[in-house]
Design a binder for this molecule. Structure first.
Ligand code: PGA
Length: 250
């Protein structure tokens, strides 16, 4: 039984004051969430602040990225082991904004993924095609390459208890959501690809959908057999919307 996970990716948003307000709004509505696990991924600098505010509420904490190195002369980087010290459970790796704006290759993403696993944290590996890839009929090819880079580096065992997020790049922050049918088809492809190596690991892995998910479309998406939650950007910045998505899993 895969527990749905609704993870908020706050991206480059927030301030000490705004975060306190957002978390108190989430806290007020938290008791209505019966099924989903909630996670919040703030910018690095606020991890300690959020850790204190969420306390023992049961909300999980995550980071949006990590270094592909564990220590040394890498100015500006943050290691997975450091993130772990702030009570994090999750680290997002390979978000399309990292892949496209900061030119992270499949290989670099795989190295980061390995760092997360070495720190005994849970990676949320983002995969997804651009609009161009989609129009060229290359969705599965692109996703296979993104998964194969990680499989090639640490093997199928690296996917035990991991999380994958399918985020079609054309749906992120655009207001355009993948139809439940399109998303389900890709999620099924991802699960089948892993199942060809290990049925058990594939059956247990949670595959989230991300890309303009909101309370109005969450239920239809979460009803699909292979959609086990959501990675939420814009809607995670409003307590009512974030909780509204989580309630769709009740
Ligand atoms: P969005 O972002 O919900 O704002 O589309 C999702 C994501 O980038 O993880």
């Amino acid at each position: 039984m895969r527990q749905p996970l609704v993870a908020g990716n706050w991206k480059l948003n927030g301030s000490l004051g705004a975060i306190s307000e957002l978390l108190s709004g989430i806290g007020e509505q938290l008791s209505a969430v019966k099924v989903a696990e909630l996670a919040i991924c703030p910018p690095f600098i606020y991890l300690g602040h959020v850790q204190r505010l969420i306390g023992k509420s049961g909300i999980s904490l995550g980071a949006q990225d990590c270094s592909d190195q564990d220590s040394g002369a890498y100015t500006g980087e943050v290691a997975a082991t450091m993130i772990k010290e702030f009570g994090c459970k999750y680290i997002i790796v390979g978000h399309s904004e990292r892949r496209h704006i900061y030119a992270e290759s499949n290989d670099r993403v795989a190295k980061k993924y390995e760092q997360v696993k070495n720190s005994q944290l849970v990676p949320i590996l983002c995969v997804g095609e651009t609009l161009r890839d989609r129009e060229d009929g290359r969705t599965e090819v692109i996703i296979a390459q993104q998964l194969d880079a990680v499989l090639g580096r640490i093997g199928i065992d690296g996917f035990v208890d991991a999380v994958i997020a399918y985020e079609p790049v054309w749906a992120i922050g655009t207001g355009e959501t993948a139809t439940p049918e399109h998303a389900q088809k890709v999620h099924e492809y991802i699960r089948n690809k892993l199942a060809a190596i290990s049925k058990d690991i594939a059956a247990n892995i949670r595959i989230l959908y991300g890309g303009s998910m909101k309370p109005e479309n969450a239920k239809q998406l979460l009803e699909q057999n292979d959609i086990d939650g959501g990675l939420i950007g814009g809607a995670a910045l409003k307590a009512k919307d974030f909780i509204g998505i989580a309630l769709a899993a009740n």
